[in-house]
Design a protein around this ligand. Structure first.
Ligand code: HSE
Length: 436
């Protein structure tokens, strides 16, 4: 059979990694597929200076529309990122009858419904394995391996940069900005690194996972998103002392009232496997009713780990290219089904346990007053420790672990505690999950 012709949009970190893997592993890929994959056209910035592909056999351009309009190209691989140009290019590729592979989580999370609808109408596929957790084949696991389960909840470390920062802060006491700079140099971070540290990137990925798990529409705008930029070394250390690790988790859970969709720093017991996922590694814990807990682990960012997922999608696309559309695995979790209207729960209605830290006067009765304020708001305290803060003075750090309560209750309780004259400044709150 003739080689399948692939057009790449972007030859940056992931594009370069994808071209490298396709070339280096060409023999294995052809043996597995029964067909060669040829990179026939690439669009990239400053493309003339690239050194990865042979310019004699691959057309090179700075105009990405040349690739999506190239009649020879059967599969367009979008690796430029962003929402606007990427969307125009993907929609044009679909209109031109081309299959699409993308690593663009922002694009799928925000415009996926429209893109996948257009693809279904045109009878082409849009694959996005590399969009979630880099090299981990979590989309394939969800769409295929776990297809017989009712998914109950998912909790994932799905941003490599954030996990790398938290790990370096904990292990080496390194400075936040310094670690972030290193993550950027290593090609882990997004073009705008606030996407990593403020949880937007993880929220994009969680939106996609929740849609696959629960058959709901992609609802990025309803995802509660809180970053790691306010996490201090003090909190990391206190959590350790109490037997917990702080991880930046994306959590989605089906409850009787609706679906939780939330990204925030979370205390988890240090004995959980996922608490020990460090550095740039990602892990996704999926709990199905039949299978129970399953854990998927691997590199969540970086050129070749992400390329691994992109190339797998290209191979899968080629495998199904001749199969009728109704024989293919559905592109997203939601089809025309009864589940798609399940509501997403506002964060105020979500129930979790909490880690709280506050600075209070070191006087008799203060602890009782604080505890009493929580009790009046129906919040049960599970554990308390008292520490001398670095600043000394006549104050102490009170660290409390609470039992589960509804977020709106906790908001009221924190406001009441902050108004006590014996408590100084804001109460720090980090949600806590036992993941069992
Ligand atoms: N910036 C992302 C991360 C890259 O750090 O996980 C992979 O999506």
């Amino acid at each position: 059979m003739d080689a399948v012709k692939v057009g790449l949009l972007g030859l940056g970190t992931v594009g370069g990694g994808t071209a490298t893997v396709l070339i280096r592993n060409a023999e294995e890929i052809q043996a597995r597929l029964g067909r060669a994959i040829q990179i026939s056209h690439i669009a990239g910035l400053d493309i003339a200076s690239q050194k990865i592909v042979d310019p004699v056999t691959t057309k090179l351009t700075e105009d990405a529309f040349e690739v999506v309009n190239d009649p020879e190209v059967e599969i367009v691989v979008e690796l430029i990122g962003g929402y606007t140009l990427a969307k125009d290019l993907v929609m044009k590729a679909i209109e031109n009858g081309k299959h699409v592979v993308t690593a663009n989580k922002a694009l799928i999370a925000t415009h996926g419904s429209e893109i996948l609808k257009a693809a279904a109408e045109q009878g082409v596929s849009v694959s996005y394995e590399a969009a979630v957790a880099g090299g981990i084949p979590i989309i394939k696991a969800m769409r295929e391996g776990l297809a017989g389960n009712q998914i109950q909840w998912i909790a994932g470390i799905i941003n490599g940069t954030g996990n790398f920062i938290l790990t370096e802060m904990r292990d080496k006491g390194r400075d936040f900005a310094d670690v972030l700079k290193e993550a950027q140099e290593l090609g882990y971070a997004e073009a705008d690194p606030t996407f990593d540290v403020e949880g937007i990137d993880a929220a994009h990925k969680l939106t996609i996972l929740a849609s696959l798990a629960f058959g709901i529409e992609l609802q990025f705008e309803k995802t509660y998103t809180e970053g790691i930029s306010k996490i201090t070394t003090e909190d990391v250390n206190y959590a350790e002392e109490l037997g917990y690790r702080i991880k930046h988790l994306g959590i989605t859970r089906k409850t009787d009232k609706g679906i939780e969709l939330r990204v925030h720093p979370t205390l988890i017991p240090e004995k959980r496997l996922i608490a020990n996922v460090d550095g740039v590694m990602n892990a996704v814990l999926v709990h199905g009713d039949a299978v129970g807990p399953t854990l998927y682990y691997g590199a969540g960012a970086g050129a070749e780990p992400t390329a691994s997922a992109v190339v797998a999608d290209i191979i899968d696309t080629v495998r199904t290219i001749d199969a009728p559309l109704h024989h293919k695995v559905p592109l997203l979790g939601f089809q025309d089904n009864a589940m798609r209207d399940t509501p997403v729960l506002p964060i105020d209605d979500v129930e979790t346990a909490y880690y709280l830290r506050m600075e209070a006067e070191d006087n008799p009765g203060v602890l009782a007053e604080v505890s009493d304020t929580f009790a009046k708001n129906s919040i049960s305290i599970e554990a308390v420790i008292q520490k001398e803060p670095a600043t000394g003075e006549n104050s102490v750090h009170l660290i409390m672990l609470t039992q589960k309560c509804v977020e709106s209750n906790m908001n009221r309780a924190i406001a009441a505690v902050e108004s006590l004259s014996s408590v100084q400044g804001d109460v720090v709150r980090i949600r806590m999950e036992h993941l069992d």
